[in-house]
Design a protein around this ligand. Structure first.
Ligand code: ADP
Ligand code: MG
Length: 383
């Protein structure tokens, strides 16, 4: 359905997209995963014909996006990173406008009504876009992408800036769309691609570093190396013992204190399961270990895990060095997103039980509580 060959984009001397090639089959849901600045948006903008490439070709359904842009674009629905909404239009007016622009041939009223139902914006269709919450605006952006029922749907960071409940809803929506469409979405959040995609393409510094089925990536990621451990004992001594324990490459004390216990974040070296050794060491010192929580991997870890698997450890030293260099900010960011994800899971169960009662409207959903501090932390990785 989509075929990208040797795509390159230079911005002056900066090579934002560096010779990438991949294909996406009809009906696949593919995640484009990479840190901020990796080149995801640039790729998507070229894929959708918003931006010209420096070199390389893009074919959508066999149609070259540069040779025949109109027909290629007809096959694509696109939600850019900043959805092009007109705040002074109502939702209805805006979708009608998008319909006319795209020159659709479907029954207009019926088609737009269907889209509003799928995206759950029927109840706000008469409201001005400027007055909608961020989550609803995002849904209007998605609705716009669905107008004309294009077979290929491309979402650039569809859940950035949404709260956990909205994130779950949008992810569910994307999963639903994936049943009948070819979907490509970009994100810098691993859990997001794991949640919705069949296949994950990891991009870093403009290059594809992995292209794998989600289950393979998940397997590579399973052996987590990062834990929050709660230990009773003198903080300084505990920290120094952790740092001196063979197999641990990083240890830091976190602010949280609980009686005489402190929480520490530790990271083990690649391929080391530190848990038993940690337990016995602490037992010997008579510092009770009263909690241990595995933390998710950062994108950096995934690069290491995935690249490890694919190149027989040729760059072992470089990778080890990189993993030791994992800085505190990255660790904190990862923790924050783990917390947000957890909050999101809780929100989902809460949302599900709430949905049984009423078809609740998240815009007016006030009893929904998030710890503001953790949420702000999680959001800090957004742009
Ligand atoms: P991502 O979407 O993965 O965060 P982008 O594709 O937006 O990454 O950006 C890739 C790189 O290209 C970044 O280094 C970014 O600063 C640079 N870049 C993006 N757009 C432009 C532009 N219009 N002019 C110059 N540099 C740009
Ligand atoms: Mg981007």
């Amino acid at each position: 359905m989509i075929k990208i060959s040797h795509l390159v984009k230079n911005y002056g001397s900066l090579c934002a997209v560096d010779d990438i090639s991949f294909e996406v089959e009809r009906g696949e849901v593919v995640g484009f995963l990479g840190p901020n600045g990796a080149g995801k948006s640039t790729t998507m903008n070229m894929l959708t014909g918003y931006l010209s490439s420096t070199s390389g070709t893009i074919k959508i359904g066999g149609v070259d996006i540069l040779d025949d842009p109109l027909n290629a674009k007809r096959l694509i629905g696109y939600l850019p990173e900043q959805p092009p909404l007109y705040p002074d239009m109502t939702v209805e007016e805006y979708l009608s406008f998008a319909y006319d622009l795209k020159g659709c041939k479907l029954n207009k009223a019926k088609h737009l009504k269907e889209i509003c139902n799928v995206v759950k914006i029927s109840d706000v269709s008469h409201r001005l876009i400027r007055n909608l919450s961020k989550g609803y605006k995002q849904r209007v952006g998605i609705a716009q992408a669905l107008v004309g029922n294009p077979p290929v749907i491309i979402f650039d960071e569809p859940t950035v800036g949404l709260d956990p409940k909205q994130i779950i809803e949008i992810r569910n929506l994307i999963r639903t769309l994936g049943k009948e469409h070819t979907v490509i979405l970009s994100t810098h959040i691993l859990q997001e691609v794991q949640a919705v995609c069949d296949r994950i393409i990891i991009i870093n510094k403009g290059k594809i570093v992995a292209d794998e089925l989600t289950e393979n990536i998940s397997r590579a990621v399973e052996n987590t190396r990062r834990f929050n451990v709660k230990i009773c004992g003198p903080q300084k001594e505990v920290l120094s013992a952790l740092r001196n324990l063979g197999g641990i490459c990083y240890a830091e004390v976190l602010a949280a204190r609980d009686g005489d216990a402190y929480t520490y974040m530790i990271e083990s070296e690649v391929g080391v399961d530190i848990r038993k050794k940690l337990f016995w060491t602490l037992a010997e010192k008579k510092w009770p270990l009263i909690g241990m929580e595995a933390l998710g991997m950062s994108i950096e870890d995934i690069f290491i895990a995935v690249v490890d698997k694919t190149d027989d450890g040729k760059n072992d030293t470089a990778k080890k060095k990189r993993s030791v260099e994992v800085n505190r900010a990255a660790a904190e960011k990862e923790m924050a997103s783990a917390i947000v994800d957890r909050t999101a899971d809780e929100a989902q169960s809460r949302a599900e039980s709430a949905e049984k009662d009423t078809d609740s409207d998240s815009e007016y959903y006030t009893d929904y509580t998030i710890k503001t501090d953790t949420f702000a932390g999680g959001k800090s990785e957004d742009k």
